[in-house]
Design a protein around this ligand. Structure first.
Ligand code: IPT
Length: 990
């Protein structure tokens, strides 16, 4: 009561910056139509209906178990999204120029069909360049051998990228909302050509023109756009005519943004900056985001849904999930919405795993990203908040295309209110947040606004960093919502009555005002609420505290009956609005299908859960995951299950190339083939780069012969190996030394130039063999369009020389070997990313069916490893209970620390799939989730570990354990991904 008085006394007219809209968007811009998709300056329209595009991103290539794509799509949909954005990775599909594969884990057509089946619109982003923390930013390995500058109109590059575009565009075209011309209509609504091309010379303009024309020639008819790296006004549509912008051929202008702070090294989120006004309320002009292109709607092709993490960090993903998590989403995504950004896609919605050799040097294996769906496919708490926000967007279609509505009066200068309206229905959206929006004070205040149903003063509370998304003056089913200080999550109509679900922060007071012709009857069914009817206005005001779940039935008053459910935030989060039904309880509801009198629900439980359902009266029978249940039943949770210990290890040495007698007869000779790298090398050197010989991924070996001489005193190397890359040098079978590229920087160092003192043996007469292994931890991306992806990998140069005296180097005859077949894959099923050139990989030691009976028994943890690579293999059985979905991972050493005290590296093969790399002393990743389908949850599995160390005592494999990272009852059916099991099933390529 006292608080309310204070608020009333302090009611001043405070002009908030947010209220002074600068409408630089051209609201009279004509509608442009591209078949079923059209837009004007305010929003996208689908079949003529204004629609907010609420999207998040996933990368199918980061989840090599296609059945699970559907799991992610269902979880995205259940989290309130109506759209999903997909990048496609050119390099993932093309091991060799002219060779493309769209089968199995690369079946893009199947992915797009699934998105259709799950009822999500799709934004396709097909490159040719995508960035995405992928090796080469998605360019294929073979492209680094091109001399023509990438991302220009160089004919050699255009011919290459057209190969890809012809194929991927054809698949996308079939799935467009505008139809494939053969009667099938898909869900693709928008298509991106190129990614963050921040160089804008004429060569890039001609390239962009080419990409636009190519997409159209390939039958893509939906609007085309490019995502600007920031609000730079690059590649805006020609008719924008805004000063200092760069016009391009695109239909729409989109940009990316990751504002709002970072995580500190101690894993604490910073809230150092406020949500930017990148539209209606911003400064406008060339840098005005939406207004850099005044005729097209505000469009964020990527907005921070997390962030990536790098080799040598302290492990940032959990922090990223909080930094860009609950509250951030309300404040930042809400500010975007208020600013007219009516197309927003969050990067990432599910990050997944950069398995095998997918990662760029800037990231390690896990691409969890701190996204709403974790790498283990868990819905993080922030997904539940997204569900509530997406619920509002779905409940109030008037939100699409809203424009600023004018200032409101606020009683506190610590608060601002963005006030928007629908020009068509006058419905209002009010975003209430701190001023600036990263303010973290606790405030009780009120604001007064002229709303469609009159002038009202709303008592409010903001506790810490937060925003409220309010609507007012809207028709909800048969009801008229004058305003509510609670947030709306769902509205549905059943048997002539309306059900509305609103929620608010735990224990906070709330009020909801509804309009009636005469006093309705109010019955509080559960919890506490009071009501008062103002006969003059026809306003029914309900007052309550958000505590658990309050249920109020309102009938009469000239409107259909209303069941008003008022939850605290946690209670609201337990609701799922799917189609015609509302379900309360489970951890996830995937689908709700009504057929006659039967309702079939599918979903997940994390524990025994009471089930409550609001369904049409016609529903008589209910099933949950196929089993008959009664309304009000309790659903069982998952059972625990044991995991086997990994005990039965076998070992074999894996660096035979180091032995002087090794037979390298079939290896390619290093020669003077054309050099396309941006890395400078000394004149007259041969071309030693691994890529020049068709070896783009993983490990490559060099062997060099020279005659012993007193001049052979040291070996100087120049090499490229990506983030935390490695080179090991052996002379006549003995390790001379190794060099590791230092990690620990977000923009890593990727090349090295070590020098090794050669032992006496090198100076003894006769032939000597240098064996050098380079582990390539990814090619650089090409973010700045400067051919950075063509930085050298493998050896650039190697010289054996005297320490002092005239510059002189001992002649060496070099040979090179890498992955079996090079660009001709021995295992096209697992594909480009799976293998490098370790001898064991070439022999299929990583495969589940490899016969290791001839190997020695080994023990893990080990204490002494030889220098070089040592292979470990173990088999085990899993028996995850039927009807349960779990994520099982492999954990190395002490999980409480980001790094081990001992130094070694492991390539992790699970049933033949390279599921990532563990670098013990670099970190931070120690736990590697393995998706079902790669892992057999109900049967036999094999793992193979290629452990590379320097031979120093203690630098050996630590404890390896299976761990359950997530376990629910539910899930979807996942089949094993069929792939070669024994070496004889590999293609004979060498
Ligand atoms: C932007 C890229 O478009 C995207 O591919 C990805 O790399 C993302 O960032 C970061 O994860 S690049 C932009 C932030 C400069």
């Amino acid at each position: 009561m006292r608080a309310a008085l204070v608020v009333a006394a302090a009611l001043l007219a405070v002009p908030a910056a947010a209220q002074e809209a600068r409408q630089t968007a051209n609201f009279s811009a004509p509608v442009k139509s591209f078949g079923r998709v059209s837009y004007d300056a305010r929003s996208l329209m689908i079949d003529g209906k204004r629609t907010i595009i609420w999207s998040s991103e996933m990368h199918a290539f980061r989840l090599p178990s296609p059945d699970l794509w559907r799991d992610i799509l269902q979880k995205m949909k259940a989290s309130g999204f109506n759209t999903v954005a997909f990048y496609f990775d050119w390099g993932f599909h093309s091991p060799k120029q002219g060779v493309y594969d769209f089968s199995g884990i690369r079946d893009v057509d199947r992915l797009l069909t699934m998105a259709e089946e799950e009822g999500l619109w799709v934004i396709t982003r097909a490159g040719p360049y995508v960035n995405a923390e992928l090796t080469r930013g998605g360019f294929p390995g073979w492209l680094v051998n091109q001399r023509g500058r990438a991302r220009t109109d160089d004919p050699e590059y255009l011919a290459a990228s057209d190969e890809w575009l012809t194929r991927i565009n054809a698949i996308i075209a079939r799935h467009q909302i505008n139809g494939d011309g053969k009667g099938h209509q898909g869900n693709v609504i928008l298509h991106q050509i190129e990614n963050e091309l921040a160089l804008t010379t004429p060569a890039q303009r001609r390239y962009m023109d080419h990409l636009y024309a190519k997409a159209r020639a390939d039958g893509i008819t939906v609007p085309l756009f490019h995502n600007d790296q920031g609000r730079n006004g690059y590649w805006v549509p020609e008719d924008s005519k805004v000063e200092k912008t760069v016009p391009g051929p695109n239909d729409m202008y989109a940009f990316d943004g990751y504002p709002g702070g970072t995580c500190t090294v101690n894993g604490k989120p910073t809230r150092g900056s406020a949500a930017p006004d990148w539209g209606y309320y911003g400064p406008g002009g060339a840098k005005g985001g939406a207004s850099a292109s005044p005729n097209t709607p505000g469009f964020l092709a990527e907005f921070g849904g997390g962030w990536f993490d790098y080799w040598g960090s302290n492990g940032g993903y959990e922090c990223n999930a909080i930094q860009r998590g609950k509250r951030f989403q309300r404040v930042f995504y809400g500010t975007n919405l208020a600013n007219g950004i009516h197309i927003q896609s969050f990067y990432m919605g599910y990050g997944g795993t950069s398995w095998g050799w997918l990662p760029a040097p800037v990231v390690f294996t896990s691409y969890d990203y701190g996204a709403a769906l974790s790498e283990t496919r868990e819905l993080r708490p922030k997904a539940e908040e997204l569900k509530q926000l997406g619920g509002l967007i779905a409940a109030v279609p008037d939100l699409a295309g809203m424009v600023p509505a004018g200032p409101v009066q606020i009683s506190s200068d610590k608060v601002q209110v963005y006030h928007n309206k629908s020009p068509e229905t006058d419905a209002r959206f009010l975003l209430v947040t701190h001023k600036p929006s990263n303010g973290q004070t606790s405030d009780r205040f009120s604001f007064t606004a002229d709303l469609p149903d009159g002038r009202y003063t709303l008592p409010m509370q903001l506790d810490g960093f937060d925003a409220k998304w309010l609507v007012a003056g809207v028709n909800l089913g048969g009801q008229r919502l004058v305003y509510s200080t609670s947030e709306l999550q769902a509205i549905l109509k059943q048997d002539g009555r309306d059900i509305a679900l609103v929620y608010g922060r735990d224990s906070e007071a709330g009020e909801t005002v509804l309009r009636y012709a005469s006093a309705p009857k109010v019955t509080v069914l559960e919890g506490g609420a009071t009501s008062a009817f103002d006969a003059a206005k026809g306003d029914l005001k309900l007052s309550y505290a958000h505590r658990g779940l309050t249920r109020v039935r309102i009938s009469g008053g000239g409107r259909p009956d209303l069941l008003l459910l008022i939850g605290d935030e946690a209670a609201g989060a337990r609701f799922w609005h799917v189609g015609e039904v509302l379900v309360r309880g489970p951890a996830l509801v995937r689908s709700a299908k009504i057929k006659g009198s039967s309702l079939a629900l599918t979903g997940d439980t994390r524990e025994a859960t009471p089930l409550e359902i609001w369904a049409p009266a016609s529903v008589r029978n209910i099933t949950w995951n196929g089993v008959k249940v009664s309304a009000g039943a309790s659903l069982p949770g998952p059972a625990d299950f044991p995991l086997p210990a990994l005990t039965d290890w076998r070992v074999a040495p894996g660096s035979p190339e180091a032995n002087p007698g090794y037979d390298d007869r079939d290896w390619a000779k290093i020669d003077n083939r054309p050099y396309a790298s941006i890395t400078a090398r000394a004149d007259g050197q041969p071309n030693m780069l691994m890529d020049a010989y068709g070896f783009h991924e993983g490990d490559v070996w060099y062997r060099g012969r020279f005659g012993g001489t007193p001049d052979a005193q040291r070996l100087r190397l120049h090499y490229g190996a990506g983030g935390a890359g490695l080179v090991q040098v052996f002379l006549d079978g003995n390790l001379v030394g190794q060099d590791e590229i230092p990690a620990g920087l977000p923009r890593p160092i990727t090349t090295g130039a070590p020098s090794f003192a050669l032992p006496d043996a090198a100076r003894a007469p006769g032939e000597h063999v240098l064996s050098v292994m380079v582990r390539n931890n990814g090619h650089n991306w090409d973010l700045d369009a400067d051919d950075f992806h063509k930085e050298a990998r493998g050896l650039v140069s190697a010289s054996v020389e005297p320490v002092a005296g005239p510059s002189f180097s001992v002649p060496i005859a070099w040979k090179i070997q890498g992955r079996a077949g090079g660009e001709d894959l021995a295992d096209p099923v697992r594909g480009v990313a799976n293998n490098g050139g370790l001898d064991g990989e070439r022999r299929g030691w990583h495969l589940p069916g490899f016969d290791d009976r001839g190997w020695k028994a080994g023990t893990v943890p080990g204490s002494q490893a030889p220098s070089g690579t040592l292979w470990y293999r173990a088999g085990f059985d899993l028996a995850v209970p039927k009807g349960q979905d779990a994520t099982i991972g492999l954990a190395f050493g002490d999980r409480s620390k980001p790094r081990s005290p001992v130094a070694y590296r492991v390539l992790i093969f699970v049933n033949g799939w390279n599921m990532g790399q563990f670098i013990a002393h670099v970190g931070p990743q120690r736990v590697f989730p393995i998706p079902e389908g790669i892992l057999n949850h109900r049967g036999r599995n094999h793992i193979a570990l290629a452990v590379t160390a320097d031979g120093v005592r203690g630098n050996a494999l630590e404890q390896v354990k299976l761990v359950t990272l997530r376990n629910v009852r539910g899930g979807i059916r996942v089949r094993m991904v069929a792939a070669p099991s024994t070496p004889s099933e590999l293609k004979q390529v060498d």
